[in-house]
Design a protein around this ligand. Structure first.
Ligand code: IPE
Length: 256
């Protein structure tokens, strides 16, 4: 199968996380240029929220769901992450890549905080046409709790299970999954996670930081799908299939 990549860029990489609604335009531009330089490879991009979306989700208590009393948080949170999405898409287009924003709220659905459906056919067709679909962590309607926050990592897990990607990579603000003594763990089998420092990322948030990431990647692993976590500065290496000094979450079936 020829290459088809699924890439997530963490919100802490794209934004100044301590300053509400503040993008790191330098980082966004750099990532856009890295991706645009590999336009011949079909790619789907998912990004996190960082200082967009998280503050609103927290303010309106969306982690516990939504009803009529806090429903305003749904639009406030969505509009915030949609702004960041627009910036990412514009940066990609400016760098010469054909990219389009796709908002999970519009078509995804969750059950008790877990993403259970998302239409993948348009994404497949966009990639076939050489267009990069750009999705993001979002607020999603939920059949049990009204609404919930679905992280970019959950979206990666869902897309990884439902579309045939050759490689899945997560660009973060740390060089990989770190052990408790601060070293990058080169390989993790899906089930093993005891000696992992789950607070490894600079920031943790409503969707669980490195712990939440590993939960989704372990699930992918148990479905026979490997993934890689690396520092965002090594994104060009990942895109080109070179060593990136990060962590590979091995495909569970090879080791089970
Ligand atoms: C959160 O997405 C989406 C919200 C609406 C809050 P993520 O959980 O993927 O964001 P980061 O990467 O941790 O910032």
């Amino acid at each position: 199968m020829s290459e088809r990549l699924l890439v997530k860029v963490g919100g802490s990489v794209l934004t100044e996380k301590g300053r509400k609604g503040t993008a790191d335009t330098g980082a966004i531009g750099m990532i856009a240029r890295d991706i645009a330089a590999c336009q011949d490879i079909p790619l789907c991009l998912v990004h996190g929220a960082g200082s967009f979306g998280h503050p609103e989700a927290h303010q309106y208590g969306l982690a516990h769901g939504a009803d009529r009393t806090n429903r305003q948080g749904i639009a406030m949170t969505h509009m915030s992450v949609a702004r960041l999405n627009q910036m990412m898409v514009e940066a990609l287009r400016h760098a010469g890549a054909d990219a389009i924003g796709i908002h999970p709220l519009a078509g995804a659905f969750a059950r008790a905080g877990r993403l259970i459906s998302l239409e993948t056919r348009p994404l497949q067709h966009l990639m076939d046409m050489g267009i990069i679909p750009v999705l993001h962590g979002d607020v999603v309607m939920d059949e049990v709790q009204g609404a919930c926050i679905v992280s970019g990592d959950q979206i990666i897990r869902y897309l990884g299970e439902h579309l045939p990607f050759t490689r899945i990579g997560l660009a973060t603000d740390v060089p990989g999954v770190l052990s408790k003594d601060g070293c990058v763990i080169a390989e993790i089998s899906g089930e093993r996670g005891d000696d992992v420092a789950t607070g490894g990322s600079r920031h943790t948030d409503v969707t669980g930081g490195m712990k939440g990431k590993l939960r989704e990647l372990s699930e992918l692993s148990s479905h026979g799908i490997a993934s890689e976590v690396f520092h965002v500065s090594r994104l060009p290496d990942f895109l080109q299939g070179r060593p990136h000094g990060g962590t590979t979450i091995l495909c569970g079936r090879e080791h089970g």
